[in-house]
Design a protein around this ligand. Structure first.
Ligand code: AMP
Ligand code: ZN
Length: 456
């Protein structure tokens, strides 16, 4: 399979480090507010990638974190901890906030058939690993301690900035808030591995003991420590939104590679944004919709999967309700097909090949979807074979077509249908039309085919 690697800026042939196994780390949500449709695009994107690799025969070790501490309102080290801010706003404890929004995230993911990661790692459960990594960087002489924090010294890392292609000299050098707060910070681009519970963080409610006193970890070190803890020092795939490229992932590479002297990630996969009127859908802009807004409009949340698959994960996608409604109609069509088919024939090789070739082309989901519609419209293929093939596609589409309730005719409708068949045999068309109206009134679609009348 071919995958675009942000690091090399090219589409590369994907081969894992260990044959047959893919190690994949996905940056997870910061659980201080509702999961929105923008997040869904990212996690459905991860899910499609994982399901595609599984279809290709790989055993995918998928790890995702839950950020429940240390992510400040600015992706750099400025501002407040998002969880603390959320807790203050809602008058609840940070632990309550984290638990509530983690549950909401899980519910949202379950509603759109995103497979749970093999391991879901909460930042607050891995403080020991984060402290150990910070200690290693201090021992390497690449981190330093001030009265406020332990910082990573970016000037000591000759490769810093390679992921985003930014030179250190291009980075903002104006005096920033955090430099004023900590006059001992050497460079504005230095980032915190550990925040001490002093100064602006003196009242921070989540804190742990460390060799440097009480405090809490920085957001970036969380992902490095948890990824390496579960997947090893070099991992195959690391995913995130494009907003993570210039700071979060740059910092993850710096910390990990300076500590291990090994390549941290082999393929960097970044998802582009879901926008609303040209702007990123985000919690901070309050321009977001959640799964509740989708169900309130009587749209099946699974329609989001079809909507997102129409556009490459590497392109921005403008969200509109009209677009989601169209995807909802398409989903209904597939569900209807599923409801009417029980007998599975043989998977159709050339359609299966076309589907996988699309996905193997840097996850060209639009191409894969086009194959779905072509298959359904192909009258040369037996219905049972179509159904078998569609079910195989659904291993990646994730629409839960195998779980769709099978179509049944109620006894009342069966009586009407029998009466209509008799009327048609007797050429009593007025009666036949009347019975059709009654069947339609019960919600059935009435199709007169060469094999007799069929209800849908
Ligand atoms: P956060 O909870 O803000 O850390 O975001 C979790 C993940 O969702 C990150 O990988 C973000 O890049 C991604 N994300 C946030 N908003 C959007 C959006 N509007 N479109 C796509 N991905 C997003
Ligand atoms: Zn991360």
């Amino acid at each position: 399979m071919n995958l675009y690697n942000t690091k090399s800026r090219t589409i590369e042939l994907f081969t894992p480090l260990t044959e047959g196994v893919v190690t994949m780390y996905a940056c997870g949500p910061t659980v201080y507010d509702y999961t929105h449709i923008g997040h869904m695009r990212k996690y459905i994107g991860d899910d499609i990638l994982r399901r595609t690799l599984t279809l290709e025969g790989y055993n995918v070790k998928h790890v995702m974190n839950i950020t429940d501490v240390g992510h400040l309102t600015d992706d750099g080290d400025e501002g407040e901890d998002k969880l603390e801010k959320g807790a203050k706003k809602e008058g609840r404890s940070v632990w309550d906030i984290a638990a509530f929004y983690t549950d909401y995230f899980h519910d949202t993911m379950a509603a759109v058939n995103v497979l749970p990661p093999i391991i879901e790692a909460k930042a607050t459960d891995h403080i020991k690993e984060m402290i150990a990594l910070a200690e290693k960087l201090l021992a390497e002489g690449i981190a330093y301690e001030t009265a406020h924090a332990i910082y990573f010294d970016v000037a000591k890392d000759p490769h810093y900035g390679e992921l985003s292609g930014q030179k250190l000299s291009d980075k903002e050098t104006a005096v920033r808030d955090d430099v004023v707060i900590d006059p001992d910070k050497k460079n504005p681009a230095d980032f915190s591995l550990w925040f001490k519970r002093v100064g602006k963080f003196a009242d921070h409610s989540m804190y742990w003991p460390s060799p440097w006193g009480d405090g809490f970890p920085g957001w970036h070190i969380e992902c490095s420590a948890m990824a390496m803890h579960y997947l090893g020092e070099t991992i195959d795939i690391h995913t995130g939104g494009i907003d993570h490229i210039p700071v979060h992932h740059e910092n993850e590479i710096a910390q990990s590679e300076c500590a291990t002297h090994k390549q941290f990630v082999r393929y960097w996969v970044h998802h582009d944004f879901l926008n609303v009127e040209g702007e990123k859908m985000s919690k901070s802009k309050q321009n977001f919709y959640t799964i509740n807004d989708i169900t309130a409009r009587q749209i099946d949340p699974l329609a989001t999967r079809l909507l997102f698959m129409q556009t490459s994960y590497r392109k921005p996608l403008n969200f509109t309700w009209e677009g989601l409604e169209v995807a909802g109609q398409q989903l209904k069509k597939l569900q209807k097909f599923a409801a009417h088919h029980t007998q599975q024939g043989t998977v159709h090789d050339s359609y299966m090949a076309a589907f996988t070739v699309g996905l193997a082309d840097d996850l060209n989901t639009a191409k894969a979807l086009a194959t779905v519609w072509e298959l359904l419209g192909d009258n040369t293929i037996a219905e049972a074979d179509k159904w078998a093939t569609l079910l195989r596609f659904d291993a990646v589409l994730g629409l839960g077509l195998d779980a769709v309730e099978k179509f049944t005719i109620s006894p009342e409708a069966q009586t009407l249908l029998d009466a209509r068949n008799t009327a048609r045999t007797n050429k009593d068309f007025a009666q036949s039309d009347e019975l059709r109206r009654q069947l339609e009134g019960l919600g059935y679609e009435v199709l007169d085919t060469a094999d007799g009348t069929k209800l849908y």
